[in-house]
Design a protein around this ligand. Structure first.
Ligand SMILES: Nc1nc2c(ncn2[C@@H]2O[C@H](COP(=O)(O)OP(=O)(O)OP(=O)(O)O)[C@@H](O)[C@H]2O)c(=O)[nH]1
Ligand SMILES: [K+]
Ligand SMILES: [Mg+2]
Length: 425
């Protein structure tokens, strides 16, 4: 029997089994069995080199965003609109057969957007190009799950399940469980939070399934069986996802309103050929009613989609101020707390590999500073639009000059932000 059939069989057994106190141990064990089989499924077949061509696209810019969705929901149309890179769009399914990269220029940063072939139910088991598409999603900092507002709402769950089946976890935090395999000593089990979904015995049973007999476990939150299995498997990828409902030009106002209120969701239309009245009505619901970028794109709400994407990526722009000079506000150093981190040390490493060694201290202007400028060490945490001057050993700083001249609008944004949230002294 193949791995997929075995998974299906266990799933069927789980569906047959009533959920109660008496069966919870058995169900937990079955969950662990499925998780193990899914991991096996992800391993490339022995002897084969890779198992099918992947989409090799070089990372570019300050972050990567993948467009994932069923066929013909408008992924390629969206890529073309947001990046200017043409990706073939047509009314038939599977128009796109490979990965097409484009670049979004936003807030002085560059974000790589990837158009991908449509995926269908069963993608995680290798249907269509599902596995390759999901592999690209895994390599991204953010997934935009594109959905057709006029189609079944079940599509969102189906796709989420497909992504979860291969170890992606959307909009979730890693479980607060400490787990360490040991060579000897048996199992040490501790909790700092009351557990209502799992108990010690069930943990032992799951560990037994994995043939783990020596380990240290500490539950720091009321985690579930699935959380525990995720921690044991250890190969999960926690990734943010925004659900993008496209084609709202073809659905009624009530549907638009309801979809817009779903968690982590945004509604858009790449196509404004619908009647003017509907569009003005719909615009009045959303703030993009004003003449905005969306108008230039001849589409609805794309400016808010971009702003949302930017927020989710949580990029931190840091402007470097050379001694005795103005900062260059057109060329931020872009840090990310997901990748690397956002401290003065991370900033230094971005600028030059020897800078950490040469630094005496740093002067920091911005929201992360208690006063402007603040004298900081390497561990100082930086925030978006901070200005940093690294004072090297054998160099004198020039003291607190607060304002910067520039042609860029970053200083205005910084001043604006200070007005809204005055800096603490
Ligand atoms: N009404 C309407 N049609 C749209 C919208 N966006 C895209 N379309 C149309 O939907 C069809 C499919 O668009 P594509 O961009 O090819 O969709 P896709 O998701 O890339 O499709 P595959 O590559 O086949 O997976 C095209 O005919 C588009 O013109 C929209 O906002 N509203
Ligand atoms: K299509
Ligand atoms: Mg396409």
């Amino acid at each position: 029997m193949g791995i997929i059939e075995r998974i299906k069989e266990i799933e069927a057994e789980m569906a047959r089994t009533q959920k109660n106190k008496a069966t919870e141990y058995h169900l937990g064990q079955l969950k662990a069995k499925i998780a193990k089989l899914r991991t096996q499924l992800l391993e490339p077949p022995k002897g084969a080199s890779g198992g099918g061509e992947g989409f090799e696209v070089t990372k570019y810019g300050h972050g990567r965003v993948a467009l994932i969705g069923f066929p013909s929901v408008g992924k390629s149309t969206l890529l073309t609109m947001l990046t200017g890179t043409h990706s073939e769009a047509a009314s038939y399914e599977f128009t796109t057969l490979t990965c097409i990269p484009g670049v979004i220029h936003y807030n002085d940063t560059k974000i790589q957007l990837l158009d991908l072939p449509g995926i269908i139910e069963g993608a995680s088991e290798g249907k269509g190009r599902g596995r390759q598409v999901i592999a690209v999603a895994k390599s991204s900092d953010l997934v935009l799950m594109v959905l057709d507002a006029s189609k079944s709402e079940g599509h969102r769950q189906i796709l989420t399940k497909e992504l979860e089946a291969v170890g992606l976890r959307l909009n979730k935090k890693p479980p607060q469980i400490y787990f360490k395999k040991k060579k000897t000593g048996g199992i040490s089990f501790n909790t700092t939070a009351p557990l209502t979904h799992i108990d010690e015995k069930l943990c032992y049973q799951i560990l037994h399934e994995y043939k783990i007999h020596n380990a240290e476990i500490l539950f720091r939150e009321n985690a579930t069986v699935d959380d525990f299995i995720d921690v044991i498997e250890g190969n999960r990828k926690y990734i943010k996802c925004v659900y993008v409902y496209n084609k709202i030009d073809v659905v009624g106002i009530d549907d638009v309103d309801r979809l817009a209120r779903q968690p982590n969701s945004i509604v858009i239309s790449c196509n404004l050929k619908a009647s003017y009245n509907i569009i003005t009505l719909k615009r009045s619901i959303f703030r993009s009613a004003r003449k905005s970028n969306a108008e230039n794109y001849n589409s609805l709400n794309l400016d808010r989609l971009l702003a949302r994407m930017w927020d989710e990526m949580a990029l931190v722009r840091v402007y470097s101020k050379p001694q005795g000079q103005q900062p260059d506000f057109d060329e931020p150093f872009v840090l990310s707390s997901d990748r690397g981190g956002c401290t003065v040390e991370d900033f230094c490493n971005h600028v030059h590999r020897t800078l950490v060694k040469d630094m005496k201290y740093a002067l920091v202007w911005g929201t992360s500073a208690r006063h402007n400028p603040q004298n900081c060490g390497l561990s100082q945490h930086l925030e978006d639009e901070d200005v940093v001057q690294v004072v090297k050993k054998k160099e004198r700083d020039e003291g607190g000059r607060g304002r910067f001249k520039s042609h860029s609008n970053a200083p205005a944004r910084i001043a604006d932000r200070e007005k809204k949230a005055p800096l603490k002294q």
